[in-house]
Design a protein around this ligand. Structure first.
Ligand code: 5GP
Ligand code: ZN
Length: 115
């Protein structure tokens, strides 16, 4: 837990969010500035700054985030149409909140190419 991290505060319920899923390892909540009809952020409950701070011991956790994302995509009704998952790492990639998170985005045709 970081005292200054807004996602840690969402996990601890100090800051309000529309939480759609939580378990011992992961919390998922709706982005306040959605870019598509479904825009959910999945975060590990423990504070990790970014992919750049991952350890080998986090591999199960990251895999778990992906299987939760797959389940949420089904619940949101976007699994058949398709969806995109994005993890920005570092400021040049557009990371603005330095608590590792996966964007789950869908419900419309995605623009491409990226970058
Ligand atoms: P990043 O730019 O770091 O990849 O993504 C951060 C995301 O967090 C942005 O899409 C932004 O809208 C979202 N966000 C920032 N602060 C909050 C907040 O307090 N609550 C929620 N639900 N989303 C937030
Ligand atoms: Zn945090």
């Amino acid at each position: 837990m970081s005292d200054t991290c807004v996602f840690c505060k969402i996990i601890s319920k100090e800051v309000k969010a529309t939480i759609v899923y939580r378990d011992e390892q992961v919390t998922a909540f709706r982005d306040t500035h959605p870019v598509a009809p479904t825009h959910i952020l999945l975060v590990p409950n423990k504070h990790i700054d970014s992919v750049g701070a991952l350890d080998a011991e986090d591999e199960q956790l990251i895999g778990h985030i992906f299987t939760v994302a797959r389940r949420l995509a089904e619940e949101e009704g976007i699994a058949n149409g398709g969806y995109r998952m994005i993890t920005n790492t570092g400021s040049e990639a557009g990371q603005t909140v330095f608590h590792l998170h996966v964007h789950l985005i869908g419900g419309q045709r995605m623009r491409y190419p990226m970058g």
